[in-house]
Design a protein around this ligand. Structure first.
Ligand code: DMJ
Length: 623
């Protein structure tokens, strides 16, 4: 008799043992149970074949028809013959499954347990395999122009460039000695350092960020050392919650640039592995990514301090360049689709005064606090609109138009001239203009100059001039300090001009933005003052930030006796020293017609169109 009170034995793959009272069903009862089950399954399969034909065709409505139908068509003698053989096959499969189940039940508890454990290990092994980089499809390497020595010719310029190279060597060697494998370096404590943007990881951020600078400077032994570390140690399967934006601009950008410059496949493979780990961040109701993602679990969230659980404009808006290159290199459209989705979503939204607020809620798709900035929280969103256009060989007209419209609104509402005649970019906060400019905002001088050519109407000259004015203002913010290094933020208020007021705005943390603008202005104008200003900054850094164990930020640029913050930021090697080196190199090194620098100064090649015999054949490379 079948005892309905007896608990039915469960074969859970995770169970480690079978409790004795559960194994109370006799073998014959189990057999009857299996027979009932199998009869039911057979009935279901049978019913399927008596459904009207149209219901079967529904299975191929997903565009998979072309792929699937040939397999089914092949080998059939006629429509009904095909159905008959399919039915026979199902029946045979079913018979086999029943036999296997019967045999399983004859086995001892120990044998069954062993089987379950072996199966578990096999599945775990399979999952592990998924983490191993898949081999990527071969892609034509874009034509790489200007990967050369960039010798400036004039001996005095060369001497300056050599000095910058020596500074890079000091920064790298110190990190190599005291912080190797850590994300950053504490140059005074002489040990590794990391911040919350990298979670609790040790992913060698400085190595990845510095690679292309080492390559450009011809520091090949150091580059090789870095490559070896990456090959042997860089692992993204870590339980660390990282910033999607920072990891994208420093790691993916750094790895992609190292790949393009050196041609070493390992960098491409690592960039793709990491990008796959970032993709879960886009699983939000709107597709606007979370600010942070756990690399192991894929769980995302936003910064606690961001307005009403918002994502940040400069973070989700600074993925485009790297993600387009990822699609280009892998043939996987997912990356491209993710960033284009962000663009489309933003295009549909109302913008107060034509300005983009810095905060957007990824659950509701609504703006958070109405705060607009060309500095922190907003900056590289605007930069990437322009660079998306440049990187597409000027074909992405939508990106260009979005950039032009945004800049027009910024000029109308945020850019002013101080009483002393300095042009500055303020911040829009809940309906009023804060007359304060951040060091970060100083990158905009270079951006305006870079976007001058191609701007609407007859405004190229205007934007080049605007770039020059911003460069001048930012230089003033350096020149009005004791150390000749720029503060984090400076005011244009109550008689103050380009100086910091609060103590917590007086620090300099080896940031690149002012030097970045000098370099762009130099490339477009060749006005010697930009090299002069760059050299002043380089000397000040060497004098006040250089310590025995590398370079450190300083806490007060207005004090002749500054204290150190004891951090050598990875962007000092990626950006500050690279822009300085380029400033004292010839324009033939990485020309701007062929390379676009990401926001962390990692150069990525322009993706040109392949021209076929007719316009119909003309298509953007792999996109
Ligand atoms: C860099 O990581 C990037 O330039 C980013 O866009 C903002 N600022 C830092 C350096 O200051």
């Amino acid at each position: 008799m079948f005892d309905f009170q007896s608990p039915i034995p469960t074969l859970s793959p995770g169970a480690s043992s079978f409790p004795h009272h559960r194994a109370t069903l006799r073998l014959s009862e189990k057999f009857i149970l299996l027979l009932i089950l199998s009869a039911f399954i057979t009935l279901c399969f049978g019913a399927f074949f008596f459904l009207p034909d149209s219901s079967k065709h529904k299975r191929f409505d997903l565009g998979l028809e072309d792929v699937l139908i040939p397999h089914i068509e092949s080998g059939k003698e006629g429509r009904h013959g095909g159905e008959q053989s399919l039915r026979d096959k199902i029946r045979a499969d079913h018979e086999r499954a029943l036999q296997e189940a019967k045999q399983k039940l004859r086995k001892s508890k120990k044998a069954l347990l062993h089987e379950i454990q072996t199966e578990k290990a096999r599945v775990a092994q399979e999952l592990k395999k998924k983490d191993v980089p898949r081999s990527l499809p071969p892609v034509p390497m874009p034509k790489l122009v200007g990967v050369n020595d960039g010798d400036p010719g004039e001996p005095d310029v060369k001497e300056k460039r050599d000095k910058i190279r020596e500074m890079m060597k000091h920064a790298w060697d110190s990190y190599r000695q005291y912080g190797w494998g850590h994300n950053e370096l504490k140059p005074i404590a002489k040990k590794g350092h990391s911040t919350n943007i990298f979670g609790n990881s040790q992913m060698g951020a400085t190595i990845v960020d510095a690679l292309d600078t080492l390559y450009i400077m011809g520091l090949h032994d150091e580059f090789k050392d870095g490559q070896e570390w990456i090959e042997q140690n860089l692992d993204f399967s870590v339980n660390a919650e990282v910033s999607v934006f920072e990891v994208n601009i420093r790691f993916i950008g750094g790895l992609l640039a190292a790949y393009y410059l050196s041609g070493q496949e390992v960098f491409k493979a690592k960039a793709v592995q990491l990008a796959e780990k970032l993709l879960p961040a886009f699983n939000t109701p709107t597709g606007i990514p979370w600010a942070m993602v756990n690399l192991k679990s894929g769980v995302g969230r936003n910064w606690g301090w961001a307005s009403a659980g918002s994502s940040i404009l400069a973070e989700f808006g600074t993925l485009h360049m790297e993600f387009v290159h990822l699609t280009y290199l892998t043939g996987n459209p997912a990356y491209y689709q993710k960033v284009m989705h962000i663009r489309k979503l933003l295009a549909k939204m109302d913008r107060p005064n034509g300005l983009y607020p810095n905060y957007l809620n990824p659950r509701t798709g609504r703006w958070g606090q109405h705060h607009t900035s060309v500095g922190g929280l907003g900056d590289s969103f605007y930069e990437y609109l322009l660079k998306a256009w440049l990187m597409s060989d000027r074909t992405d007209a939508e990106a260009r138009k979005t950039y032009d419209d945004a800049i027009e609104a910024i000029e109308r509402h945020l850019i002013r001239k101080s009483n002393g005649g300095l042009t500055f970019i303020g911040e829009w906060k809940n309906g009023h203009l804060e007359r304060k400019m951040g060091h970060l905002t100083c990158f905009a001088g270079g951006m305006f100059a870079l976007g001058a050519d191609g701007s609407p109407g007859d405004k190229a000259g205007h934007y080049l001039q605007l770039g020059a004015e911003i460069a001048h203002t930012c230089h003033e913010s350096y020149d009005r300090t004791v150390l000749k290094l720029g503060p984090e933020a400076f005011k244009f208020d109550s008689g103050l001009e380009a100086v910091a007021v609060r103590q917590n705005e007086k620090y300099y943390i080896l940031r690149p933005e002012v030097i970045e603008t000098y370099w762009y202005m130099w490339r477009f104008t060749h006005d010697p003052k930009y090299r002069q200003w760059g050299w002043e900054a380089a000397q000040a850094i060497d004098k006040y930030c250089r310590v025995g164990g590398g370079f450190s930020g300083v806490k007060d640029v207005y004090s002749s006796n500054p204290t150190y913050d004891d951090v050598q930021q990875s962007f000092f090697l990626a950006e500050t020293l690279k822009y300085l080196y380029l400033l004292f190199s010839s324009d033939e090194l990485l020309p701007l017609e062929s390379w676009v620098f990401n926001t962390e100064a990692h150069p990525l090649p322009v993706l040109r169109r392949i021209c076929g015999s007719s316009p119909a054949n003309e298509q953007a490379v792999r996109l």
